[in-house]
Write a protein that binds this ligand. Sequence first.
Ligand code: ADP
Ligand code: ZN
Length: 744
Amino acid sequence: MYPMRHTRLKPEIPVLAPQQRAGVLLPLPLAGAYDYKLPVGVNAARGALVAAPLGNRESLGVVWGAAEGTVGDNRLKIAEPLEGAPSLPSSLCDFIDWVAAYTLNPPGAILAMALRSRQAFEPETRRIAYVKGDLVPSRLSEARKRVLAVAEDGLARSVAGLAEDANVSPAVVRGLIAARALKTTDLPEFQPFATPDPDFTVRDLGADQAQAAVALTDAVARGNFSASLLDGVTGSGKTEVYFEAVAEALRRDRQILILLPEIALTMQFLERFAARFGVKPAEWHSDLTQKERRRTYRAVMRGEARVVVGARSSLFLPFTELGLIIVDEEHEQAFKQQDGAVYHARDMAVVRARIEDCPIILSSATPSLESHANAINGRYVHLTLPARHGAAAMPAVRIVDMRQEKSLDENSKWLSQPLRDAITQTLAAGEQAMLFLNRRGYAPLTLCGACGHKLTCPSCSAWLVEHRYKKRLACHQCGYEIAAPQTCPGCSATGTLLACGPGVERVAEEFAHFFPQARYAIASSDTIQMPPHTGPLETQGPLRAMAKGDIDVLIGTQIMAKGHHFPNLTLVGVVDADLGGSDGDLRARERTFQLLHQVSGRAGRAEKPGLVLLQTRNPADAVMQALARGDRDGFYAQESEFRQRAGAPPYGRLAAIIVSGYDGDAVREIARQLGKAAPAAKDVKVWGPTPAFYALLRGQTRERLLVQAAKGVDVQAYLKAWLALVKIPNSVRATVDVDPISFF
Ligand code: ADP
Ligand code: ZN
């Protein structure tokens, strides 16, 4: 049942004495573990699963440690062990404790993330299947003969499987079952995961690639904790290089976790993985069905799933033989979970690697300033791939100064003459282009030309975005939608509403005006959906059309900026390079640079050289200049110096408290009290409260406080002491965000 594999020795956790008291952690946001009695003689080691009575229901629980013993024995309830259920690995329990302490969340809230499939602990059911039976019917039709021929190989198949393989109707199969020419057998509940083959295909690596690959395979061979930053330009073959480390870990019978920032990227990744290793890896993300979840969770826990590719939640899976973690596009903001327990999956992945004592690889063409600093100061191994693979060169980047552009008028608001000329040339050469604008819909703001009324969301401090194809206005924060109105809700005038600013739909409209013959598609989260929302064929339609050459131009948001490889794509036009804004928060410049660099990196990835045009109103801006000169390291050095002077991360620490609730007055009052109560401490400054960027979000008022501290300060201890000083009523929530990366 449980395949024997090389398992490292873990410190033995003493089985509690055969009485029966234990601290049991429930997957609920309670203060800590609760004491329960356990029946004598059952497994009471840390990680054992139990059914724990709670009020008048029963909850899944996990033995977490010794009982506190403050409650009298006769008042304790009895938790029953889950028959036959495997325990959570103790390293996962340690990880949960660590994340809870770091993020200031109750450990039960983190445990809930690790128990995403409660059904995985239920007894396994078996599936009925059929093999060749003992009788051969006297009269055999052609259809029946075909079925028996298929069954000749002795493999167990379902009715549907037999019918399909023999190309007959299920009724034919059932007839054979009734005639006892087929007999039942049973199969495991789920199809087992196939084991990836490390040597399925072999790549000839370039010199830089080979050097990086050796460093990584050595780290896997040593097996203990180490962190490497795989820092290579877009198209340098980072994926190919870390696949070598995956292969090494497979050869050593270790499990491997590959974290990707978005599910949208997993589809093509699975195929690429299969091309290298012969089979697809297991996947884990929010779109899995309950059944897939149960199958994968179990297989991970039993070591049957060797490689898991997933979004941030896969970090909490119960690996028992984890030997390598990879975080691809490690700079991505999507790794930060903002709802519920606030945590950064990249940072916590490093923690998990440390606890599992295995290597971790962070990969990016534009690393976060944090990881980059760690690589420069030697805490991470710094592996660089300075050139693209093969004949491909880095694209040329040119700035188009939109303030000087004479070509812009009523008909051409968003596409400048230089950009249009470049598109014309690209299309004439039979090549592909991409127009990037990080804004969904048609226009971000609708305004009444008569009275100045702006259409805003009733529940958020946000404008309603026009979606012209759908003829609707939508709030991108909460999903509120209305039909596009004909009259102004402010002054009731008709025909006075104006669309202000562009979204991708509007750029597409202008594009179609200038290039009526060109084949194009819009790619945004409105047009690209993942199963189960659409059929598998619908998935990522525009991206596939681009890859197959069915379209010439892709007009889209950041959804197409990452990871994609279109060999015939030679032109990237950034419609509004200023959109990230340089005035916003501390990370705005870093983010803008990373995003535009990634987008630019889509151009010229094969033999044909690429060109990037950046339309901007701030041509002298450091971000634009660094992009135009291809001087990433210069930008990082400058940005680091700026952060150092400001005492900002990674040279100082930040933590935020977001106070929120439906009662605006209560929220403001608690925020004010928190502001007043902030303890004075050495090297700690507190800013705020101030209304958050979205002062109203989904109907809740939001206020923010920000802690800025020197590197050595125990921010968690400070926050705990502080929060203990203010009584927060049930109607108000105070969410802690340690190491905030967005300031909304
Ligand atoms: P990155 O992840 O750094 O952007 P990729 O790993 O996606 O780069 O590589 C870019 C392209 O070059 C991919 O199509 C990849 O298959 C190809 N490639 C990279 N290295 C090699 C190699 N050594 N042999 C063959 N193809 C390679
Ligand atoms: Zn809203």
